[in-house]
Write a protein that binds this ligand. Structure first.
Ligand code: CAA
Length: 304
């Protein structure tokens, strides 16, 4: 089948809540075959169970037909551990959705650069890490960033920032690295639109538009709690009922993951040197305690 966005097969790296959500919208909405790879088979199994649950829920609510759910599920293929990243060698685009860790992402993009076709788009779902730094990691040993092949390698890297829960949130933030080509931006945008998303564009600044604005808000709410200005319930209720936010900031922090919030805030603080981005001590301590929020059952609230 010919697809308007030109992505005949998508690779998704990471099958956590973001990677799985991306695989879901790609398979169901963009009708694109997906190769899903995660170095943890346990995580893949968990992800696929969630996929089945999401599809069954959409069928039971009458949003999609049973046959559409079946077709979407059949579009997802898991890449074996033996194949590893080599399994992604023929895809037209990869979206990386692993944890917020620069050196891990650099390692992955270096491998993708070696394994994938030279015209494949390499996208990162990072929430805050520099796409320019990630793009530079595709320059292979012995290659110069100024050579034609070096420029081409980095020109296909782009930020494609989805929001959680991916099936529900309408936005994708597109981030252009210094090296990203116009063609890469246009193709990545067309794919996000095919996944049913609206697209905004941000320059490659720490946190991009979304998290440079969201994280100081969340951090400030944590500091109000730390100072004892109000209870966690009242802080959340104030924003929920007073400003019509779907979740209060502490609930939202738990939802995003406190470890992820801290990693983003550290990137913002280190990347700008601006004290307004300094993570609160309480957030740091909660992450020290391994209270990561909803994902492991304990954050500001408990999730039995
Ligand atoms: N995965 C898939 N679908 C989900 C879901 C999940 N984890 N959680 C809820 N949904 C779906 C529900 O099934 C339901 O779908 P239908 O309309 O088909 O029934 C819909 O969302 C509404 O869910 P609920 O009625 O159960 O609950 P709700 O009305 O309280 O909505 C919410 C839940 C959509 C999560 C809402 O609370 C919300 O929008 N919260 C804010 C989320 C947000 O801000 N996300 C961005 C975080 S920042 C980020 O992701 C980027 C970053 O870089 C950190």
């Amino acid at each position: 089948m010919s697809l308007a966005h030109g992505i005949r097969t998508l690779g998704v790296l990471g099958s956590g809540q973001m990677g799985l959500g991306i695989a879901y919208v790609a398979a169901l909405r963009a009708k694109t075959p997906v190769l899903l790879y995660d170095r943890s088979t346990e995580q893949v199994d968990k992800g696929l169970k969630l996929m089945d649950k999401l599809l069954a829920k959409d069928v039971s609510k009458g949003k999609i037909q049973d046959v559409e759910a079946k077709e979407a599920r059949e579009r997802i293929t898991v890449v074996s551990q033996e194949q590893g990243m080599k399994g992604l060698r023929d895809v037209d685009m990869v979206v990386e959705a692993v944890s917020e860790n620069l050196s891990l992402k650099q390692k992955i993009f270096s491998s993708l650069s070696a394994e994938c076709r030279p015209d494949a788009i390499l996208a990162s779902n990072t929430s805050s890490i520099s796409i320019t730094k990630i793009a530079a990691s595709t320059i292979l040993e012995g290659q110069s960033a100024a050579s034609e092949s070096g420029k081409q390698s980095a020109a296909r890297v782009v930020g494609l920032h989805f929001f959680n829960p991916v099936p529900v949130m309408k936005l994708v933030e597109l981030i252009s690295a210094l090296q990203t080509s116009e063609d890469t931006l246009n193709r990545a945008k067309a794919f996000a639109v095919a996944c049913g998303k609206e697209v905004t564009v941000s320059k490659d600044v720490p946190g991009f538009v979304s998290n440079a604005l969201l994280m100081p808000f969340i951090n400030e709410a944590i500091m109000w709690l730390e100072k004892g200005v109000a209870t966690k319930e009242d802080i959340d209720k104030t924003l929920k009922l007073g400003m019509n936010h779907p979740m209060g900031p502490l609930q939202l922090a738990d939802f995003i993951g406190l470890d992820t919030c801290l990693a983003i805030q550290q990137t913002l603080y280190q990347g700008t040197g601006d004290s307004k981005y300094r993570p609160s001590v309480l957030l740091e301590r909660m992450v020290d305690a391994q209270w990561y929020g909803r994902k492991n059952g304990k954050g500001f609230y408990e999730y039995p």
